[in-house]
Write a protein that binds this ligand. Structure first.
Ligand code: DGL
Length: 279
């Protein structure tokens, strides 16, 4: 039994941490495509083929269910994967919907028509590819009316976090919050729409101020996965051990992951099925 958790790099560890606390008996296979991060500056076709490649490797590792703990992949690739690529006995889920359900005060799977919700001015911080896709606004429009979303593409932030350069990461968060405020001076809520960003959550909160409610995905995804597995227990797959796979340098990635999660994480090298895609 194992569930796959995928990200372009280290950000999905924020989700992995929450799901493994919530479901301590479920083994998880984490796959970080660190050699090819960031995805947020790639075009949708590129994100699609890289995400499919990683997903296949998690199937090989015994996962029948894969969580795309990456908003960029969820925004740019998930719908296309679900429409034409995923075999019948496998499932791939994204991280957008639990967050939007929380923002719009909906229970899981409440598909009633869009309605007025408490928040009106929402700041979205995400990668350039996620912002360009407008996937967040599309999902929101299914559920809520009258919400004004101002999106800020946080160029450079994923690279700084992947490099472990937290001083640069902090400076970038503050400058992206300033840029957002020039467009929307008083947001009521802010969405951290990239799974790397919760690693900087305190800085976002500090820069935004206490009046802004900051939504991030990890715990929301954990609750929704627990609910999903209760309804679909057969999707836990055949793998039996938790593993951490990376396309990057395992020593370097393990060091950064251990620093972020404050517990020892040991990555092993992933074998890509398509060696020509290692770029
Ligand atoms: N953690 C990924 C996300 O949630 C980062 C994307 C990237 O590699 O730029 O979007």
């Amino acid at each position: 039994m194992a569930v796959g958790v995928f990200d372009s790099g280290l950000g999905g560890l924020t989700v992995l941490d929450a799901v493994s606390r919530r479901l301590p008996d479920v083994p998880f296979v984490y796959f970080g495509d660190n050699a090819r991060a960031p995805y947020g500056v790639r075009d949708p076709d590129d994100v699609y083929r890289l995400t499919c490649d990683a997903t296949e490797q998690m199937w090989d590792a015994g996962c029948d269910l894969v969580i795309l703990a990456c908003n960029t992949a969820s925004a740019a690739a998930l719908r296309r994967m679900q429409e034409s690529w995923i075999p019948e006995n496998k499932r791939v889920l994204g991280v957008f919907v639990p967050l939007i359900e929380a923002l719009t005060e909906r229970q899981w799977g409440d598909n009633s028509p869009p309605r007025q919700v408490a928040v009106q001015d929402v700041a979205l911080f995400a990668t350039p590819a996620t912002v360009r896709s407008r996937a967040f606004q599309r999902e929101l429009a299914f559920r809520a009316i009258g919400v004004d979303v101002e999106a800020q593409a946080c160029g450079g932030l994923v690279d700084a976090i992947e490099d472990g350069d937290m001083i640069l990461a902090e400076a970038l968060v503050r400058s992206h919050v300033d840029a957002l405020r020039r467009k929307m001076p008083e947001p009521e809520a802010a969405i951290l729409g990239c799974t790397h960003y919760p690693l900087m959550q305190k800085v976002f909160q500090d820069a935004l101020g206490d009046n802004v409610k900051v939504f991030s995905q990890a715990n929301l995804v954990a609750d929704s996965l627990a609910d999903y597995l209760m309804r679909h227990p057969q999707m836990v797959g055949t793998g039996t051990e938790s593993r951490f796979l990376t396309t990057g340098d395992p020593d370097r990635v393990s060091r950064h992951a251990t620093q972020f999660l404050r517990r020892q994480i040991v990555f092993e090298a992933a074998q890509t099925r398509h060696p020509d895609m290692r770029k």
